[in-house]
Design a protein around this ligand. Sequence first.
Ligand SMILES: *Cc1c(COP(=O)(O)O)cnc(C)c1O
Length: 481
Amino acid sequence: MKKLVDRIIALEKISKELEPTEKERDLLNQEVQSYANRFIETLKTKPAFSEANVDSRKLKMGSEKLSLATLLEVYGSEVADQGIKPASGGHLGYIPGGGIYTAALADFLAAFTNEYAGMYFGSPGAVTIENELLDWMKGVFGFPKDAVGNLTSGGSIANLVALTAARDKHQIKNEKVTKSVIYMSPQVHHCIHKAIRIIGLEDVQVRLLALDALSKIDPVQLEETIKQDLRDGLQPFMVIASAGTTDTGAIDPLHEIGVIAKRHKLWYHVDGAYGGFFILAEEKKTLFKGIEMADSLVIDPHKSLFIPYGLGAVLVKDKEAVFHSHHYTANYMQDALVDMQINPADVSPELTKHFRGLRLWLPLQLHGLKPFVACLEEKLLLTTYFRNKLEAIGFRLGPEPDLSVSYFWYPVTQVEENKFNEKLMELMHQDGSVFLSSTRIDGRFVIRMAILSFRTKIDTIDSAMVMIKNCSSATKLYFKI
Ligand SMILES: *Cc1c(COP(=O)(O)O)cnc(C)c1O
C-alpha cells in the first residue's frame, strides 16, 4: 500500500504541471492577451494574403517543453502570418466573417469550465443556452417553436443533418434510392453533394436545374421537370434552394419553389449558410419570403454573424425525422434520460461536443443585435460602393447582386480575356494587401468579391482599389497592351 501511495505521489508531482497556479495563469493570460492586442492592432497594416512559406520544422511535435513566448512567436510567423488572414478586413475571398473578439472570450469561458453541452443532464444551463439560440433563430426565420435544431461545427455538417432527416422522413432506401429525385441548382454548395454521398444516396437521381440570367432556379422549369419525372415513373423527393449561393450570392425564388415543393409533397431544404442572416437587414426581407416554408434550413453564424469559424446551425420542422437517425439511448446513459429540453446529442451525430453556443450567445447579449444588423447593412452598401468604383475604371460587373457577393472582370480584346484576368488575379495574390478569389461564370474567368467580414470598412475598399489599379497596370504591361 505504501509503495502504491509513493508512486501516486511521485506521479502527482509531474502531473500537477497541468494545473498552473493562479500566478502562473495570470502570466500565461497576459502573454496571450498582449499577443492578441498586437495581432489585432497590426491587422490593418499586414497583408490579407501571403503565399505559403511555412517552416514545418518549427511546428514539429517534440517531447521537450517550450515556453509560451516561443510558441506564440512560432504561431505568429508560421500560422497567423501565412495564407489567407481570415481575421483581416481585407479578406474579400470565399466567404469571410472575421471572428469577433468577444466570441473568443466566450470560447475561453466554455473551455475552462468545460461544460458538457451534449446532454441536458450534464449541463442544463449550456443546453438551455443552445436551445435559446435555436429558438431565436426559429423566430428570425418564421419556423414553428416545436421545430428542432442544432448548433453544428459549420454549414457542411448542418446540411448533412438536414439531408439525413429528409432521407429518413421519405424513407429513401433500398430500391427506392435509384427512383428518387432531388432537384437543385448547379450552384448549390458542394457540401450538398458530399452529404448525399455520405448518407448513402449516391445513386439517387439528381436534377441540376437550368438557371435564369441571375443564376437563380426558374420555378416554371422546376415544376416541368418534376412533372416529367412523375410521368416517367420516378419519385420526386426533395428540392434544395439556396438563400445566397456561394458563387454569386443569388437567392433562389424561395416562395415560388416552396409552393411547388408543397404541391408535390417534396421535402423543401434551404441552404442559407452564407446569406441567411441578411434577413435581418430590413431592405432585404422580401427576398427571403418563403424561407419559412422550408422543412429544413441551414445558416452559418461563422459567416453572416461574424463569429469565429466553428459555428453553423440547422433547423428542421419534423422532430421525428431528425430523431430517427440521431436519437439514441445507451445503457451507460440511463441517468441522462431527463427530457426537460431537446438534447443536442439527439439532433446531431456528435455526442460530446464543444459548448459552441456560448460563442454566439455571449456576443449577442453583450453587444445586442443592433451592431450585427448594422454590420450586415454596411456590407451591402460597401458592395455597391466597390462595384461603382470598379465600373468607373472600366471593369465589367456581374449582375446587381442580391447580397454582398458579386464579380467583375476586365474587358480586353487584344489578348484572350480569360488569360488577362487570370494574370490579373495572380498579380493580386502576389500583392496580397487585399484578398479576392476567382470563379468561372459561363466559362468566363471572373474575380469574385465577398464582403462579409465585420472588419471590412470603406477604407478597406479604397485599399482594394489601389491594389486593383496597380495590378491592372502591371497586367497591361505584361501583355504589352
Ligand atoms: C459556406 C457554405 C457552406 C458550407 O459551410 P461550412 O461552414 O463551410 O461547412 C454550405 N452552403 C453554403 C451556401 C455556403 O456558403
